[in-house]
Write a new protein. Structure first.
Length: 507
C-alpha cells in the first residue's frame, strides 16, 4: 500500500507542475492588458493555453501516474483506453437530459467529422482515478496468469488490454446509472445553500462543498451555478436589466457604482485564502526542510508559489500536494478554508470579483483584483480584511507546525512507528554508522560513515519508494512518514552521541 501511495506521489509531480504553469498563464492573461495588437494576442494565447492545460489535466494525470508506475508503454495505452471507454459509455448510455454543466464538452462529440449530439458526464478526475486503479490492478493480474487454459494463445499484453476494455465498460455502465443520483443530491444541496446563504453555518457548508468538488475536479459545477447562475442570487438595475449569479451581479453593480451589501460573498474568502492563508501554509511546509542547502534550493520555488498564489491563486495544486504528503493537512485545509466563508458571512464583509469572461479563465481573489476595487472599499472593510488575513496567515503556519512537530505520523502505518524506526536504523548499519540525518515533507536523507553497511534492499522493503545514493548521502523517498522518520532517527542519534560523549568523558 505504501509503495503504491508513494509511486502515485511521483506520478502526480509532472501534472501538478503543468497545472501550476496553467495557473501562471491564466494569471498573466488576466492581470495585464495592452492596446498593442501583438501583446494583446500573446496575452490571449496565455489565457487559452492555461485553460486548455486545466481542461486536459485529468488526462495528463492518467498518462503520468501510470507511466511512472510501469516502465512499459502497454499500461499507458491501457490507461488511455480505460479513460476514453468510461467516457464513451457514459456518453451513449448516460442520461442526456441533465443540466448542461453536468456534461463534458470534449472532442468525443465529433467522430471523424460526424457530429454526435451526445456528451460524456463531467467527472473531473474521478474518471482518471477509475482508469488508474483499473490499469494497476488488471496489469498486475495479467502478469500472474497460469501457463495453461483455453485462452493461453492470447499473450499477456493482449489479455491485459481486453480485460481493461471490459472492466472499464462495466465501470462506465455503473457510472451512467449512478451519476444522475449524484446530480439529484447536489441540486438539492445547492438549492438549500442558496436559499440560506445569509446563514454563516450554511456558508461554511458551501465552503466544504466547493472545496470537496474542487479536489475531485468538479468545481466548475459549483462555480457556474453560484457565480454565474441563479443559485448565486439575482438583481435588477434601475433600467430593468436582470443579472443572475454573484460574479455577474457584482460586476454589474460595480460598473453602475451601486454596490449593495451581501453581493460578493462567494468570492470574498478567496482574497484571504490566496493572498495570506496559502502563503502561510507554504511557508510552514518550507520550514520542514531541515537542511540549509535544501532550503536554499526550495527558496526560489517558495517565492514563485507565493507570488502565483497572490496573482493567480494556487488552491487546487496545493490541495493535491497536501493529499499526497498528508491527508490530515488537506482535511484541516478544507475545514479552515470553509470557516472563512462562515466567518465573513457572520461579520457581513463582502468583496466580489469583476469578471465577464469564460469560467475557465476566472482567477478570483487575487492582488490585482483587490487593487482594482480598493478605492471602492470602506475603511472598516480594509481593516477587517487585513486583520483576519494576518490571522489566517498565522493559522496556516500553525497547522503545519502542529502536524509535523506534534503529530508527525505516517498515516499509512501509524502502529509500526517504533518498529520501523529500529529497522530503518539497522538498515543503515546501526546508529553507530549514521553521521547526519536530514528531513523534508516527502523524503529524508542519511549520511553514513561506511556505505558498505547500508542495505538498500531492506530500506525499500520498509516502505521507501526510492533510495538514491549520492556522493555525500542517501536520499530516501518515504512519503508522508518522512518527517516522522527523520525526527525519530535524529532523536536516537542525539541520544547515542550524548551517551558516547558521557562515556568518553568518564574514560
Amino acid at each position: 500500500m505504501k509503495k503504491l501511495w508513494y509511486s502515485t506521489h511521483n506520478g502526480l509531480k509532472a501534472p501538478l507542475i503543468m497545472y501550476f504553469v496553467a495557473i501562471i498563464l491564466l494569471g498573466i492573461g488576466n492581470t495585464f492588458t495592452s492596446n498593442n495588437e501583438l501583446v494583446s494576442l500573446l496575452l490571449g494565447i496565455c489565457q487559452y493555453a492555461g485553460a486548455v492545460i486545466k481542461a486536459f489535466f485529468p488526462l495528463f494525470l492518467v498518462i503520468n501516474v501510470i507511466g511512472k508506475r510501469h516502465e512499459d508503454s502497454v499500461p499507458i495505452i491501457g490507461g488511455l483506453i480505460s479513460y476514453f471507454t468510461i467516457q464513451i459509455i457514459t456518453m451513449f448510455f448516460g442520461n442526456q437530459t441533465l443540466p448542461v454543466y453536468y456534461y463534458s464538452f470534449s472532442p468525443l462529440g465529433n467522430f471523424f467529422g460526424v457530429t454526435v449530439n451526445r456528451y460524456p458526464y463531467n467527472m473531473g478526475i474521478i474518471c482518471s482515478m477509475m482508469a488508474i486503479i483499473t490499469v494497476v490492478l488488471i496489469y498486475k493480474m495479467s502478469r500472474q496468469r497460469l501457463n495453461y487454459g483455453i485462452m493461453r494463445f492470447i499473450d499477456n499484453d493482449a489479455w491485459f488490454l481486453i480485460l481493461t476494455v471490459l472492466v472499464s465498460a462495466a465501470l462506465g455502465f455503473v457510472t451512467a446509472y449512478v451519476y444522475p443520483f449524484y446530480v439529484n443530491i447536489l441540486e438539492r444541496a445547492m438549492n438549500f445553500l442558496s436559499d440560506n446563504s445569509t446563514n454563516p453555518a450554511c456558508m461554511f457548508l458551501y465552503g466544504i462543498t466547493e472545496r470537496v468538488h474542487e479536489i475531485v475536479g468538479l468545481q466548475d459545477i459549483i462555480h457556474r451555478n453560484f457565480w454565474f447562475a441563479g443559485f448565486g442570487g439575482s438583481w435588477m438595475d434601475a433600467t430593468g436589466n436582470s443579472y443572475v449569479g454573484d460574479v455577474n451581479i457584482w460586476t454589474a453593480q460595480l460598473a453602475q457604482g451601486s454596490l449593495q451589501p451581501g453581493v460578493g460573498k462567494y468570492i470574498t474568502p478567496y482574497y484571504i485564502i490566496n493572498m495570506l492563508y496559502i502563503p502561510g501554509l507554504v511557508i510552514g511546509i518550507y520550514t520542514q526542510y531541515s537542511n540549509k542547502l535544501d532550503r536554499m534550493r526550495q527558496l526560489g520555488l517558495l517565492i514563485i508559489v507565493i507570488i502565483t498564489s497572490m496573482f493567480s491563486g494556487t488552491i487546487l495544486p496545493l490541495q493535491y500536494y497536501l493529499f499526497i504528503i498528508s491527508p490530515a493537512l488537506l482535511f484541516s485545509n478544507v475545514v479552515v478554508s470553509s470557516l472563512i466563508y462562515g466567518l465573513f458571512s457572520a461579520i457581513k464583509v463582502c468583496i466580489g470579483y469583476n469578471f465577464t469572461g469564460p469560467l475557465l479563465y476566472a482567477t478570483p481573489g487575487t492582488l490585482p483584483g483587490l487593487i482594482e476595487i480598493f478605492p471602492r472599499l470602506g475603511q472598516n472593510t480594509i481593516i477587517t480584511l487585513g486583520v483576519f488575513g494576518l490571522l489566517f496567515f498565522a493559522i496556516g503556519l500553525l497547522e503545519v507546525w502542529v502536524y509535523y512537530r506534534i503529530l508527525a505520523l505516517d498515516f499509512l502505518e501509524p502502529d509500526k512507528k517504533k518498529q520501523n524506526r529500529k529497522d530503518m536504523i539497522r538498515a543503515f548499519g546501526g546508529i553507530k554508522n549514521i553521521r547526519i540525518v536530514d528531513g523534508s515533507p516527502t523524503s529524508f536523507s542519511v549520511t553514513t560513515y561506511d556505505n558498505s553497511l547500508v542495505n538498500k534492499e531492506e530500506i525499500l522493503n520498509l516502505g521507501a519508494s526510492k533510495v538514491v545514493e549520492t556522493y555525500f548521502k542517501y536520499i530516501v523517498e518515504f512519503g508522508p512518514g518522512s518527517v516522522s522518520m527523520y525526527r525519530q532517527i535524529k532523536k536516537e542519534l542525539k541520544a547515542y552521541k550524548n551517551i558516547k560523549k558521557y562515556i568518553d568523558q568518564q574514560a
